[in-house]
Design a protein around this ligand. Structure first.
Ligand SMILES: [Zn+2]
Length: 121
């Protein structure tokens, strides 16, 4: 079934909903921070929708693909997406890799310093 048909059958907002990323589909759609987010009540707790709402609290014109959003665990909203997408799979893959590397680094450094270090001199 085409993505449009899936949404048409299951989304209560279809076709009024102008959100570029529909929580019901699994395509490689992209959402720019200032674009609409699915407002169907039953999807407000969907992972992707929650992240979009957090990101939308901060101004910006960066973009996030569905896969980038799915790779995120959580955001304070300040996370920067890609400046542009242009079907740029390699930039997207790199972004997701950087996100995961950062997560590993954050965990490692949190585990490494049980005591604050004091600089002398
Ligand atoms: Zn929708």
């Amino acid at each position: 079934m085409e993505n449009d048909q899936i949404a048409a059958v299951n989304c209560p907002g279809w076709p009024r909903c102008a959100a570029p990323i529909c929580p019901l589909t699994q395509d490689d759609s992209v959402w720019y921070r200032d674009e609409p987010i699915c407002n169907a009540r039953k999807f407000q707790l969907a992972h992707v929708v929650k992240l979009q709402k957090a990101l939308a609290k901060y101004p910006g014109s960066d973009c996030f693909s569905r896969y980038m959003l799915q790779a995120m665990c959580w955001t304070s909203g300040v996370t920067k997406g890609l400046p542009e997408y242009h079907q740029n799979r390699s930039a997207e893959k790199q972004w997701i890799k950087d996100l995961k590397d950062q997560r590993i680094k954050t965990r490692a450094s949190a585990a490494k310093k049980p005591f604050p270090t004091v600089k002398i001199g």
